[in-house]
Design a binder for this molecule. Structure first.
Ligand code: SF4
Ligand code: FES
Length: 235
């Protein structure tokens, strides 16, 4: 039986009913930029980096159900400009210093920005004051790099069964919270092998003493642009 299709950038893409546009594209090896989506989790729809045009409407590819005959545009001048602006805002809203970051070369924000053609800052930096939590013996929380994708929250709740993290506050005051009496990681029941400790797409939740286990220059996105890097090797 023929599988249903939709059009992505003019190419026919088969899908399984129930899949989203982003899921079907990823399974077919087609890259749609994304930060808050991760295979196996319900979409969050918050980063908007996956925005595409469906017909004439702009929609998040991670929350749009694939359906027969959809015509999805991934790149045009307006979409590419919007994607660049979203990424540039994420960079200035936190403190991201790629050359000195332990996650350089395996950070989805950095790799997605390179794929979008961003090579330097654009908006004025906010330089927020976000203290690091180094209380845990094996894990470091570098809040300065949090893009509020919610993946650690969902992983901890839905996979680890622990609810170690939550997102608190609103708007510019939104921030990642550790659900422990003291608010510090050492007083939570997180374990370094938990999915929540291993899913951060940027450099917030870090394993201590492992920052440079793979030399910079040899990491996933040093070797391959994110558009052709295997999704299952990504953080
Ligand atoms: Fe996302 Fe990482 Fe921030 Fe958690 S710590 S919300 S995984 S960026
Ligand atoms: Fe779709 Fe973030 S990946 S909104």
């Amino acid at each position: 039986m023929n599988r249903p299709h939709f059009l992505l950038g003019g190419d026919e893409l088969p899908f399984t009913p129930g899949e989203t546009v982003l899921e079907a594209a990823t399974r077919a090896g087609r890259y749609i930029p994304h930060l808050c989506w991760h295979e196996g989790f319900a979409p969050h729809g918050s980063c908007r980096v996956c925005t595409v045009k469906v017909g004439t409407r702009t929609m998040a590819a991670c929350t749009t159900a694939a359906s027969e005959g959809l015509e999805v545009t991934l790149h045009d001048e307006a979409l590419d400009a919007q994607r660049r602006s979203l990424l540039q805002m994420l960079f200035v809203e936190g403190n991201h210093f790629c050359p000195s970051c332990e996650q350089s070369g395996r950070c989805k924000l950095q790799a997605t920005a390179y794929a979008a053609g961003i090579e330097g800052p654009h908006f004025e930096e906010f330089y927020p004051d976000r203290p690091i939590d180094a209380s845990h013996a094996d894990l470091l929380l570098e809040f300065n790099r949090c893009i509020l994708c919610g993946l650690c929250v969902r992983a901890s709740e839905q996979y680890d069964g622990k609810a170690v993290f939550a997102l608190g506050g609103h708007g510019i005051a939104s921030h990642l919270v550790v659900n422990s009496a003291s608010g510090r990681l050492v007083d939570s029941d997180i374990h370094p092998d938990d999915l929540a400790a291993n899913i951060c797409p940027v450099g917030v939740i870090l394993k201590k003493r492992r920052g440079f286990d793979v030399p910079i220059g040899q990491r996933l996105y040093d070797r391959l642009p994110i558009s052709s890097a295997p999704e299952d090797e990504a953080p």
